[in-house]
Design a protein around this ligand. Sequence first.
Ligand code: AP5
Length: 218
Amino acid sequence: MNVVFLGPPGAGKGTQAETICREKGMEHVSTGNELREAVQAGTAVGLKAKEYMEKGLLVPDDVVVDIVADCMTKGDHNSSFLLDGFPRNLAQAKALDGTLKKLEYKLDNVFYFAVSEETAVKRLTGRWTCPSCGGNYHELYMQPKRPGVCDKCDKPIEQRSDDNVETVKKRLKVYREQTADLIEYYKERGVLNTVDADKGVDDMHDEITAVLETAAGS
Ligand code: AP5
């Protein structure tokens, strides 16, 4: 089963993707995580991506399309993929259609995370992550057991450089202008499910899991 998580920054895509992939044995393909790793490693892709990410802009399509195609090609034919934060515009959606066709895969479900901008801003400006293991925290909603320290690996946690108010507003604007049209694209293809992403983490998880289990049983 192959799935896309679509929605604005701060909707909770990464949080849900981590749990669902662990529970269902799916491969988590997060273009954001892949790009941050490239930035940290100082690769040519990372150097190119950094200037866009810091401004809250989309990284050029050819870069992210290649990342996703590589991840999907490396998986074996029984793999299930959860694409988190890809595609983000029509060109990427069409490129994904091409990759799926080439690999003879099908896109089973697209989950659109519907969240208010007020909630998204609160979640992003309060988010803390562990640069070492990727652990995900929030200063109000998901606090680590010890302030400033990752529960899983004991390393200091930090705020993402694009989670300041100004860049968050830019990212939300980019989402409205370039990504939101994909809701209609996938609705027309009969694969869209809307998740109420203003809800708590556990309620969202139950909503997504129910859809996946129905799809797996059908
Ligand atoms: P990316 O890393 O994908 O960021 P994003 O889409 O902006 O999404 P976020 O990770 O910010 O939000 P999320 O929905 O995953 O929320 P999360 O679960 O973490 O992309 C970063 C950048 O890379 C882009 O700006 C762009 O430059 C580039 N890029 C990436 N993909 C690209 C593409 N396809 N094309 C071009 N460029 C691309 O949750 C946020 C916080 O809220 C956390 O603290 C969490 O603990 C908390 N939280 C989560 N759910 C809940 C809940 N239900 N209740 C309360 N708190 C919650």
